[in-house]
Design a protein around this ligand. Structure first.
Ligand code: DLZ
Length: 163
């Protein structure tokens, strides 16, 4: 899946949204880029005092995202990097994190930003990390998507979409 076809839509002023970022610790350089991208998007859209929580690995993203969602955050941005190795671990961690985060979104009705990179090697991950020579900035993109979704959910809950 490439980044081509990504939406141009941007969130409006988000100063009234409470936002948390949950970020894994594996692959430090890539994670630094993803977190910086998320923070840039939050600042650009006027999110005040976002909370950043670290977890050991991507497998732990969902349980902590779930707790944050239940505590009332309007959006939770999940960031992680999983790099394919020689063992089936890659598939287990990717599917557990992906399925877990989807369940958090549906179970809590909270906007979840899906900033999980699943890559064949470190070069691919660096290319998506929003660093100086990266082609893409998935931390920024996942955060903008979460903000947009939180605003959409809020409008639906206020019945603004229902005519
Ligand atoms: C075990 C593991 C492996 C092999 N690879 C990664 C990875 O590339 N990225 C990542 O975020 N986490 C990895 N982990 C750690 C698991 O996500 C988890 O933290 C451990 O299995 C402990 O529960």
């Amino acid at each position: 899946m490439s980044g081509e076809g990504a939406p141009g839509q941007a969130p409006t002023d988000c100063h009234d949204l409470r936002v948390a970022v949950v970020a894994a610790c594996w692959h430090e350089k890539v994670m630094d880029g993803l977190i910086a991208g998320a923070q840039a998007a939050l600042a650009e859209h006027q999110v005040e005092a976002p909370v950043v929580v670290r977890v050991p690995g991507s497998f732990e993203l969902a349980v902590v995202a779930n707790e944050l969602a239940q505590k009332g955050f309007d959006a939770v941005v999940a960031l992680g990097v999983v790099i394919r190795g020689g063992t089936p671990h890659f598939d287990y961690v990717c599917s557990a994190a992906t399925d877990g985060l989807n369940r958090v979104a549906l179970g809590t009705g909270t906007a979840i930003g899906f900033g999980l990179l699943t890559c064949d090697d470190e070069a691919q991950a660096l290319d998506r990390a929003g660093l100086e020579n990266s082609r893409e900035d998935k931390g920024y993109e996942a955060t903008a998507a979460a903000l947009l979704t939180a605003q959409t959910l809020r409008r639906i809950r206020r019945r603004e979409h229902l005519g």
